[in-house]
Design a protein around this ligand. Structure first.
Ligand SMILES: [Zn+2]
Length: 80
C-alpha cells in the first residue's frame, strides 16, 4: 500500500491536472495566435476601393480583383 498524506493526495488529484490543463491551454493559445496571424497576412485591403480579398501568395504586392490596382501587403492604408 502506498503511504500518502492528505496534502500529497490533493496535490496529485487537483494540482497535477490543473498544471496539465494550464500547459495545454497555453499551447492552444499560442497555436491559435499563430494561425490568426497567418490568416491576417493573407487578407489584403485595397487602398483605392477598400475591397477585401484573400491572397495566399507570398508576393509583397497584391492585385485587387475589383479595381486592378496593386496593393502592398500589411497594414491597411486606404486612401479614400
Ligand atoms: Zn481595389
Amino acid at each position: 500500500m502506498i503511504n500518502m498524506t492528505m496534502e500529497d493526495f490533493l496535490l496529485w488529484v487537483i494540482g497535477v491536472p490543473m498544471v496539465i490543463i494550464a500547459v495545454v491551454s497555453l499551447l492552444a493559445g499560442v497555436k491559435h495566435y499563430a494561425r490568426m496571424r497567418s490568416m491576417r497576412q493573407q487578407i489584403v485591403c485595397c487602398r483605392i476601393c477598400g475591397y477585401l480579398c484573400e491572397d495566399k501568395s507570398r508576393n509583397k504586392l497584391s492585385k485587387c480583383p475589383e479595381c486592378g490596382s496593386m496593393n502592398e501587403r500589411g497594414k491597411s492604408r486606404r486612401l479614400g
